[in-house]
Every structure is written in C-alpha cells, then in structure tokens.
Design a protein around this ligand. Structure first.
Ligand SMILES: Nc1ncnc2c1ncn2[C@@H]1O[C@H](COP(=O)(O)OP(=O)(O)OP(=O)(O)O)[C@@H](O)[C@H]1O
Ligand SMILES: [Mg+2]
Length: 267
C-alpha cells in the first residue's frame, strides 16, 4: 500500500456501521453531492460483460458533450479503471483525497493506493465499505454534472455500500447476448429494485453481428420492464484500446458516435 494508507491499521469495529450510522452517513453523502446533478452506476452481477468499458466510455462521451464528469472505480479488489485510462499516478493518502484528472475527467480507484498492481487486494466487507466511504465522503470532487460509478460483478459488499450510501439517479445494466449473462443481469436488476433504486436501462455489449441483435438486452428489458439504451458490437479494437490505456471515444469517431447516443439518453 502507499504510505499513510494502510487499511490493516483500521479498527474494523469503527468502520462496520450500525443501521443508524448508515442513515446518518447517507445524509452526509447527500449533502456532499448536492452540487452533482446526476449520479449513475454501471452494473451487472455477471463478470466480464463490459461494465468498465461502458462506464469509461460513457464518462468520456459525457465529457465530450461539455459535462463535468467524475468516475469512481467501485471495483475495490480488482480495480481496472487506471489501466483502461493509462493512469500511473498514485495517491499520497492525505485527506481529503483528490481524484486524479485524466483528459478532463476526475477519477478515483483503489489502484491509486496500491503500489504493485499484481499484488492481490484481500479485504473483507468492512474494509471495502471503508474505501467506498472514502471515495464518497472524504474525496474532494468539486462541482460535477455527472458522477459515474463502475461497479464490480456480484451482489455483495461494494454494490450494497454504493446503494446504501448514495442517492443514485439509477443504474445502467450491462449484459452480453447470452442467456446466462441476461439471467445474472436480471438478478442485479432485482437487487437494485429491492434497494429502492431505479434501473435506467440496459446496454447490450459484445452483440453478435447478425439480425438477432440485442438478444440479451431484450431478455433483461422484458423481465425488468426497462428500456434498451443501446448495443455495442464485439470489436477487438475496444480491448486493444483498453489494453494500451487509450480511451476509445477519444480515439475513434465510430466509438464516439456509439457511446454519445447512449450518453444523450442520460440527459
Ligand atoms: N464490445 C467489445 N468488444 C471487444 N472487447 C470488449 C468489448 N467490450 C469489452 N471488451 C473487452 O472485454 C474485457 C472485459 O471488459 P470489461 O473489463 O469492461 O468488463 P467488466 O464487466 O467490467 O469486467 P469485471 O466484471 O471484471 O469488472 C476487456 O478486456 C475489454 O476491453
Ligand atoms: Mg469492471
């Protein structure tokens, strides 16, 4: 870990919130984000469907539309956003934390606190919740039009903490065309509904290039009663860009067009 930020020194009893704590923390977060017009999570319980790809490209599409955008990597134990964006800078651990600005978007990620990317981050729920609280309560975001939050897969601690603490506008769900992906994305949609948060719509990623397009998104949309916001075809240039820390919507007019169409639906 970087100097001054060692979660192993944190007293777990102090960071494991009671219900009353959650309510008061939610109020604190609400006050803190009063100046942020839209707070949107990107989520699916299914891993590897393209949540981070969608979160990153939507954030930069919104930025290209002239919006002030913040991006939280809420994948605390497998943080990938810095790699997608080619961010090498680290945090110094001093409070308030300062997001790192990359091409106009303010970004924060656990990776900025970890000296070696290849070391595993093995944290139980309370430490994950503490990091998320730091991103929400102890980070200097300034005024934003959009805060985009990239969620990890699964339905456990990180999504729960975000849903409990932040009064989100809602979530964008991401699925691939396959039934198994749609099924787990439906699971995420139902978790979101149980937490009283809205589903803004579903994006199909890695769509097949044939006439049966949006298979997975149609399954999710019909089960959850939500809109299909768009679909992104499987295109190896997307992974080539992210592997080299380049942002597709800043590199290619084609990707800019695809993600801008989705971003316009969030206005
Ligand atoms: N449409 C696409 N075509 C080709 N490759 C893609 C596409 N979308 C995403 N990828 C690549 O697939 C991999 C997984 O994408 P990504 O990391 O965005 O998924 P994720 O849902 O965030 O994964 P995780 O569940 O681990 O957080 C990445 O290497 C990404 O570059
Ligand atoms: Mg991801």
């Amino acid at each position: 870990m970087v100097e001054n930020y060692n979660p192993e020194n944190i007293d777990v009893k102090k960071v494991h919130p009671s219900f009353a704590n959650v309510i008061s923390e939610r109020e604190t977060v609400k006050r803190k984000f009063q100046g942020v017009k839209h707070k949107i999570g990107v989520y699916s319980a299914k891993g590897g469907v393209g949540k981070t790809t969608v979160a990153v490209n939507l954030a930069y599409a919104l930025s290209l539309m002239g919006k002030k955008v913040g991006l939280i990597d809420a994948d605390i134990d497998c943080p990938n956003i810095t790699e997608f964006l080619g961010i090498k800078e680290k945090q110094n651990g001093a409070y308030p934390l300062k997001p790192i600005e990359k091409s106009g978007v303010k970004v924060i990620s656990t990776d900025m606190f970890v000296a070696d990317k290849r070391e595993p981050i093995i944290w139980r729920g309370p430490l994950i919740a503490k990091m998320i609280k730091d991103f929400l309560m102890n980070t200097d975001w300034g005024d934003l039009d959009y805060l985009i939050i990239d969620l990890p897969p699964g339905t456990s601690d990180a999504p729960l903490s975000i849903m409990q603490l932040l009064n989100l506008d809602g979530f964008i769900l991401v699925t691939t065309p396959q039934h198994i992906s749609a099924l787990n994305t439906i699971r995420s949609g139902k978790m979101i509904a149980k937490m009283g948060v809205a589903v803004l719509g579903v994006v199909e990623n890695m769509s097949e290039d044939d006439s049966s397009g949006q298979k997975g998104a149609r399954e999710v949309a019909s089960e959850l009663g939500c809109d299909i916001l768009g679909s992104i075809k499987f295109d190896k240039r997307l992974s080539e860009y992210s592997d080299s820390g380049k942002i597709p919507v800043l590199e290619s007019e084609q990707f800019k067009g695809i993600f801008t169409k989705i971003a316009e639906k969030l206005e």
